[in-house]
Design a protein around this ligand. Structure first.
Ligand SMILES: [Zn+2]
Length: 333
């Protein structure tokens, strides 16, 4: 079984100009590190064009496009992004071209409807995770929306974005009702509990350790730490050690580490008391560094680095398990 636990679709705003600016902001550090734009000042319009980052933006990715780019995968998790304010603009998953089949003008309050619309097009392969933002219209509205997203729309989990939405995951008043709701609904909660290259994202609210109280209070809740907490991957590992129902998803980390570093990271998990059964593959597709096929090959060939590093290979079934069997076992897929 092969599962990509972390993918995105559609757009964050109907306006293509916004998507270009948003993409540039998040990619600036990447283009700078690659030497494609100046490191000591903001690039000019011409320099952006020369770097290959054009003003055209990206094609809208729907279910069909995602499946085309995931050959051999059995399941692809599509993550919704709930409404949030960014510089006075309401953003969140929208479908500007109508491919999800949801009618009416694009609006982030319909984020979960868009994801459900795509899942209906191939429910065997596509798995939808809802999103709610308890800081948008309060915890009661978030609980109501999450219940609707699971009972009426048939979504299978929830993705939360505290650092982007400026709330703390250990906020008992704002956030705990959402966790209780997820527990009652029997769905997993995935947190973007990791860094972000966005200036507006609050790094302090991204610390994996903020999930400790969540695990202490909601012992039976299945929690998935997205991006394995990068750059706090040891902190995330320790949460997986401590909390029996916590799991980690490898997107971003799997792209940022060299194969040797990734091998070493996985190699140290079990001595750190984290069984590799707790780790799931994710790509963060369609980000341009996040080709699911390339990342799958990287993971499955990691044992090439065992001998040069003087370490034992990782059992093949455990690497294959990270590719999907581990998540399938936990989530009952
Ligand atoms: Zn993501």
């Amino acid at each position: 079984m092969q599962i990509d636990m972390h993918t995105h679709v559609l757009a964050l705003a109907a306006d293509p100009e916004f998507s270009v600016e948003y993409g540039r902001e998040g990619s600036l550090c990447i283009y700078r590190s690659a030497g494609a734009v100046p490191a000591h000042r903001m690039p000019t319009e011409d320099e952006w064009e020369e770097s290959g980052f054009s003003r055209k933006g990206w094609p809208i990715i729907g279910g069909a496009e995602s499946m085309r780019d995931h050959p051999g995968f059995d399941k692809i998790v599509l993550l919704s992004v709930s409404p949030q304010w960014l510089d006075g603009r309401l953003i969140g998953t929208v479908d500007p071209t109508g491919i999800s089949g949801v009618e009416g003008p694009p609006h982030p309050e319909k984020c979960n409807d868009y994801i459900a619309g795509l899942v209906r097009q191939d429910p065997e392969t596509l798995v939808g995770f809802a999103s709610v933002n308890p800081a948008y219209q309060g915890p009661e509205a978030a609980v109501e929306e999450l219940t609707r997203a699971v009972h009426e729309l048939g979504l299978s989990g929830v993705k939360l974005y505290p650092m982007y939405q400026h709330w703390s995951p250990d906020d008992r008043e704002l956030a705990f009702p959402v966790y209780q709701c997820a527990l009652d609904l029997g769905i997993p909660v995935m947190f973007h509990q990791a860094g972000s290259t966005r200036i507006d994202a609050s790094l302090g609210l991204g610390r994996p350790a903020l999930l400790d109280d969540v695990g202490r209070e909601f012992r039976d809740l299945v929690v998935i730490i997205a991006h394995m907490g990068i750059p706090w991957q040891d902190e995330a590992l320790f949460l997986l050690t401590k909390h029996p129902n916590f799991y980690g998803e490898l997107s971003y980390l799997i792209a940022a580490l060299s194969p040797r570093e990734l091998f070493s990271f996985l190699h140290k998990a079990e001595p750190f008391f984290v069984p590799l059964e707790k780790l799931f593959f994710g790509s963060d597709y369609p980000g341009f560094l996040y080709d699911p096929v390339v990342l799958r090959d990287k993971l499955l060939t990691l044992n090439d680095h065992a001998e040069p590093l003087g370490l034992d290979p990782i059992p093949r079934h455990k690497l294959e398990g990270i590719m999907g069997d581990h998540a399938a076992a936990v989530l009952g897929w």
